[in-house]
Design a protein around this ligand. Structure first.
Ligand code: GLV
Ligand code: GLV
Length: 341
């Protein structure tokens, strides 16, 4: 079995992959950018593709994999893969759901608290030796819990899946009022305590914090655009740890500059690793390099999950975390099996 990985995953996963076949990795260098030609060359020879979210697995890449049995993505998000094309070509695709839910919500909460309480600029101020005397208006921020005026703050959650619900659980510990927008599961939201369903406009208008937890697709591209930002309170904060293109980043820079909203916390960007012009110069934004799931335990767990999916692909077994399970019943899959067996 030839297993091709675009980049290295943590050791726990590599061990499993090496036990299952002949593993090759496009580059051993941790932060090297993998050229498309290397991805194509690797896929041509491979029985199983292990992909990271940094590499685009589009129709051409998938089509190059003539003997490919499946694709195992090392991430819960899989917008880097053309799943529709994969299904048409008879290829199962897997992701790593569940294991990073709390780790991602923890970092989202960290962004929420750091942006509201000016943690990053205050730290910079200390390091620059600017702290001369305590004062009542030093780094005034917004409340997260009820705070001075006794009213609960409102958390608006866009996308109420695993990570969105983990944010709701955290918000309850802070006595927040929670609004959630996720039309397909409106009934589930209506049946839960401490959260109300809200349409987008009401959620944007009433929330003190808006946090995005949808996946990226045609319907969510630029879901938060200039018009959406205009609807938010001038004291509100936007948090995005989902995927960059869900937010129109240039419109966000304008909104932050003109104080249409109070601040933002971002772990993802429209054109990673680049940032929209002007973003990095702003003080009312906390920016992180896509580290929401980056805890040692979680990254190891993602690696073993990804590797187990890869092994299932290799053995032509139904993979545990398949995002297009209908593929197994398709003619395209059957004819691929005939071809590669
Ligand atoms: C990270 O962004 C993931 O989708 O797992
Ligand atoms: C602040 O340090 C206080 O004691 O109120």
């Amino acid at each position: 079995m030839k297993i091709f990985a675009t980049r290295k995953i943590p050791e726990a996963g590599l061990e499993i992959l090496k036990g299952a076949g002949d593993l090759s990795i496009a580059t051993e260098i941790e932060d090297a950018i993998v050229p498309r030609e290397s991805v194509l060359a690797g896929v041509r020879m491979a029985d199983v593709l292990v992909s990271l979210l940094t590499e685009s697995v589009d129709r051409d890449v998938l089509a190059a994999g003539e003997r490919l049995r499946g694709v195992a993505n090392y991430a819960v998000g899989y917008n880097n893969i053309d799943v529709e094309a994969a299904t048409e070509l008879g290829l199962p695709v897997t992701n790593t759901p569940g294991v990073l839910t709390d780790t991602t919500a923890d970092l989202t909460w960290t962004l929420l608290m750091s942006i509201a309480r000016n943690v990053v600029p205050a730290d910079r101020y200390m390091r620059a030796g600017k702290y001369k005397i305590w004062g009542p208006s030093l780094f005034l921020g917004g409340d997260i819990s009820k705070g001075g005026d006794g009213t609960p703050k409102v958390l608006g959650i866009i996308g109420f899946g695993r990570i969105g619900q983990a944010m709701y659980r955290r918000a309850r510990g802070f006595d927040m009022r929670v609004l959630a927008y996720d039309p397909p599961i409106r009934d589930l939201i209506d049946g839960m305590e401490g959260v109300s369903y809200a349409e987008m406009d009401r959620l944007l208008e009433e929330s003190d914090f808006v946090t995005v937890h949808t996946d990226l697709n045609e319907a969510t591209l630029h879901l938060i655009d200039a018009a959406a930002l205009q609807k938010m309170k001038s004291t509100a904060y936007l948090i995005n740890t989902a995927r960059g293109p869900i937010v129109d980043e240039r419109a966000l820079v304008d909104a932050l500059k003109s104080e249409v909203i109070a601040g933002a916390g971002l772990d993802v960007f429209e054109d990673e690793p680049k940032m929209a012009p002007g973003l990095a110069e702003l003080d009312n934004v906390v920016i992180l390099p896509h580290i929401a799931s980056a805890s040692r335990d979680t990254r190891n767990k993602m690696a073993t999950m990804c590797a187990k999916n890869a092994v299932a692909h290799a053995k032509l077994e139904k993979a545990p975390n398949c995002v297009n399970p209908e593929v197994y019943d398709s003619d395209a899959y059957q004819s691929r099996l005939q071809r590669i067996r």
